[in-house]
Write a protein that binds this ligand. Structure first.
Ligand SMILES: [Mg+2]
Length: 450
């Protein structure tokens, strides 16, 4: 259905379902500000709002404010995501699209485009990784963060939640909601309650009051069947469950579930945020706008890639020893050269020096000229170790400490204001040189799109 045929005035039906998935079970609460009491709240749950639909609206801005359903066509398929305008009609995920359209006739229905949503998900996770390396993605559009280590640099948990929301909004043009709490479970409940486009801080001292009025279905692990079993013994709210004698609870739902739910009902959830398994290699590569012959221009690109790679290492609290350089020439021959350093590093200047030395050796063989100029450059670091596992290298006259301090200062600015806020002086000078040549046409070919 073309966007133009959409009815502009949307009258929601009276049967209201607040949200998709499980979160509809949880009553909404007003958002709290970033300055709310966040004592004992290191955990953030970031949940993108109507993710697939929001990604569609980002590329079709004319659909903003309309009921949009992602999932098949008007007659086939299942709802994967729907804007809040569509949810007001009673549309929710996993419903057949045909039924959703009967509930919401003016809906714009779009097919799913998983490639686009995966790409957007990667953008989200990358941004969260710039806030703290302790990010645990739990689905394409949700992640837990433990911001204990980021607070010194970025402010309180509430301020970090506000920073994430504004950066996601500004840099990715997507809405999200953030729950801030002492535990994963409460943070997840909090993000669900302030949706869409909200934030909620639940201080350690307020957890029990926050949870107890909620229905038991707000607890992790309580589906319709368990809810029914609990209702049979008179338990409908989390308070009922918290105050229920253990034998009664265990008799209704079994011993493991009974104990687990009773703990959650008192806000006790010892699960830690588990970041993803460390990457085996970290790097950056880029197909250049024009084929490069000029050594100074090639060095500037190497510096840019080395800085990007080093920033990724630092964001993950990692360092690496083996640096490899990849060069693809205009005739598509590709050469890779590697060098192992004496000590692992996360310093852009050190990676740059190694990459430049590796390039020097190629240069002496005349490869760039023979290959018709350089088309693509890449730097990759392997032999990754956790930065915390290593003793600091204290070598007399070693300048790496100065560079590391500079890099860390840059990281602090980037995590606050986004990449692009700062760059090495050499790169700024390069950008300032007036370029009279017209911009090259966009690349096409096997390495054009990444
Ligand atoms: Mg979501």
């Amino acid at each position: 259905m073309p966007a133009g045929s959409v009815t502009a005035s949307v009258q929601p039906k009276r049967e209201v379902r607040a949200a998709m998935g499980r979160s509809h079970a949880i009553p909404r609460a007003p958002s709290t500000g970033p300055l709310a009491d966040d004592t004992g709240c290191p955990i953030l749950h970031v949940d993108m709002d109507a993710f697939f639909a929001s990604v569609e609206i980002r590329r079709h801005p004319e659909l903003a404010g309309l009921p949009v359903i992602v999932g098949g066509s008007r007659t086939r398929g299942v709802v994967c995501s729907a804007t809040y305008e569509a949810r007001r009609y009673g549309v929710h995920s996993a419903m057949s699209t045909a039924r959703a359209v009967r509930l919401c006739p003016p809906a714009v229905v779009l097919p799913t485009d998983h490639e686009a949503y995966s790409a957007a998900s990667a953008e989200v996770m990358e941004l969260l990784g710039e806030i703290t390396p302790v990010v645990e993605p739990i689905s394409m559009d949700e992640a837990f963060l433990d911001v204990s280590g980021a607070r010194r640099l970025l402010g309180s948990s509430g301020e970090i939640a506000r920073l994430i929301r504004s950066r996601v909004r500004r840099e990715l043009r997507l809405p999200c909601s953030v729950g801030v709490a002492p535990t994963k479970f409460v943070a997840k409940v909090a993000s669900a309650r302030c949706k869409p486009d909200g934030m909620c801080v639940v201080p350690a001292g307020g957890v029990v009051d926050y949870l107890h009025p909620l229905p038991v279905t707000a607890l992790w692990g309580v589906g319709p069947r368990t809810a029914e079993q609990l209702r049979c013994i008179g338990i409908t709210t989390i308070a009922d469950l918290a105050h229920s004698p253990a034998p009664r609870l265990v008799g209704a739902v079994g011993s493991a579930a009974g104990t687990h739910l009773h703990e959650l009902a008192w806000g006790r959830d010892p699960r830690r945020v588990l970041p993803l398994a460390p990457e085996v290699s970290i790097g950056a590569e880029e197909t250049l706008g024009t084929d490069l012959f000029d050594r100074a221009a090639i060095d500037r690109e190497l510096l840019r890639l080395a800085d990007r790679t080093a920033a990724r290492l630092r964001a993950g609290g990692r360092r690496g020893r083996a640096v490899s350089l990849k060069v693809r020439f205009a005739d598509f021959t590709t050469i890779t050269r590697a060098h192992t350093m004496d000590a692992a590093s996360d310093v852009g200047q050190q990676l740059y020096q190694v990459a430049r030395d590796l390039y020097d050796r190629l240069d002496r063989t005349g490869s760039p000229a023979r290959g018709g100029g350089v088309r693509l450059l890449g730097i990759r670091v392997e032999g990754i170790v956790g930065a915390g596992d290593l003793p600091e290298q204290l070598v007399l006259g070693d300048r790496s400490h100065g560079w590391r301090d500079a890099d860390q200062a840059v990281d602090a600015v980037v995590s606050r204001f986004g990449s692009g806020a700062v760059a090495p002086a050499a790169l700024l000078r390069a950008a300032a040189v007036p370029n009279s040549a017209p911009a090259p046409p966009p690349r096409t070919g096997p390495d054009a799109v990444r």
